[in-house]
Design a protein around this ligand. Structure first.
Ligand code: XIL
Length: 334
């Protein structure tokens, strides 16, 4: 049984804590109870969708900032750190720019990035400058994903984009965000080594990067049956580079667990505890964001799968699950 904390002691309140947050949608801010849960639980927020290129881009290619402005105003009103997700991602390129010539793509991608970063300069705690740069099966020795960014801006597009964002926003922490680095598998180990080599290259060439973002989309059964020695050792190597780690999109897929809801929720809480403690122990952990406010809104439940996932800290009624209490306790650095 994961010990659910019934209340926070004064001593606990005095401890420095690791910033906790949720990925939010503008719709979350318009439902009183959901807005209240975000205000109660979060010291940071990440727009799940509203800052992505395809979310801002109108059919004529111009940018509509209304939704993101609302997210920024909310974060500022509640003194929350704001993580800008995400400036360069192969899956959020507007359709109109998918099959254009490289120069047109470069101009459009750079214009979107520059307009967004300039508009929100001073409001952002961090920018996820590049998301998911690696794809081993694309066949490049360095593991870089073949994307319109690589094709249009060259093999050093990551260097270029980080330098451009730093120029436009001297304050925000600059994050390279990636998925699938957390698992106990040969593929994940290969990806970890390629990521380490990429980070070493970027830093040796004075690219302004502050943090590696681990998306952390975990599977409960795989995590609990895995051996995480390689992951822990790799975290130490990232720490030795001087980079912090941000857990950027944490959720725990429980759909292949046995047992009733209560048992699944306890197992999910155990994964949250063990994962956050592992990262805290082996890395300079700068924050933890859950990918969503409550279970029914999770992206894992949008694929019409047979069983509803219960991957987050709040259930569909915004009730606090065991994972919520574990996160509150684990976020206090000791
Ligand atoms: C997902 C959102 O959760 C969905 O609502 C949206 O339709 C697609 O993007 N890794 C990422 C996130 O970096 O941006 C993705 O978010 C989930 C995977």
């Amino acid at each position: 049984m994961v010990e659910a904390l019934d209340q926070t002691s004064n001593a606990d309140l005095a401890l420095p804590s690791i910033p906790l947050g949720y990925a939010i949608r503008m719709a979350d801010l318009r439902v009183k109870e959901r807005r209240a849960a975000v205000i109660r639980d979060c010291s940071t927020v990440t727009p799940e969708y509203e800052c992505k290129w395809d979310a801002l881009c109108r059919t004529d290619g111009s940018l509509d900032f209304d939704a993101m402005d609302e997210v920024v105003a909310f974060a500022e009103a509640h003194r929350m750190g704001l993580h800008g997700h995400t400036l360069c991602w192969h899956r959020s390129i507007p359709r109109r720019f998918l099959d254009v010539d490289p120069e047109r793509f470069r101009a459009a991608a750079t214009a979107y990035l520059s307009n967004v970063v300039r508009r929100y300069q001073g409001a952002m705690l961090s920018w996820h400058v590049v998301n998911e740069p690696l794809q081993i099966t694309d066949g490049y020795d360095d593991g870089l994903r073949v994307s319109p960014y690589l094709s249009a801006l060259g093999a050093d597009y990551i260097h270029k984009m980080f330098r451009l964002v730093r120029t436009l926003d001297p304050q925000a922490l600059l994050v390279l965000n990636e998925m699938g680095l957390e698992y106990d598998s040969p593929a994940a180990e290969q990806k970890r080594q390629l990521m380490l080599a990429l980070l070493q290259r970027l830093m040796s060439e004075d690219v302004p990067i502050d943090c590696l973002g681990l998306q952390s989309h975990l599977n409960a059964r795989d995590f609990l049956s895995g051996n995480h020695r390689n992951f822990a050792r790799w975290l130490q190597e990232i720490k030795s580079l001087g980079l912090s780690i941000e857990v950027t999109e944490l959720d725990v897929d429980d759909r292949d667990l046995e047992g009733d809801v209560e048992a699944r929720d306890e197992t999910v809480a155990r994964v949250y505890l063990e994962y956050v403690e592992m990262v805290k122990t082996n890395a300079r952990l700068s924050g933890v964001t859950l990918w969503g406010v409550s279970d029914e809104g999770s992206w894992l439940n949008t694929s019409g799968s047979r069983l509803a996932a219960r991957p987050l800290a709040l259930d569909a009624y915004l009730m606090r699950k065991p994972a919520w209490f574990v996160l509150q306790a684990s976020s206090r650095q000791v």
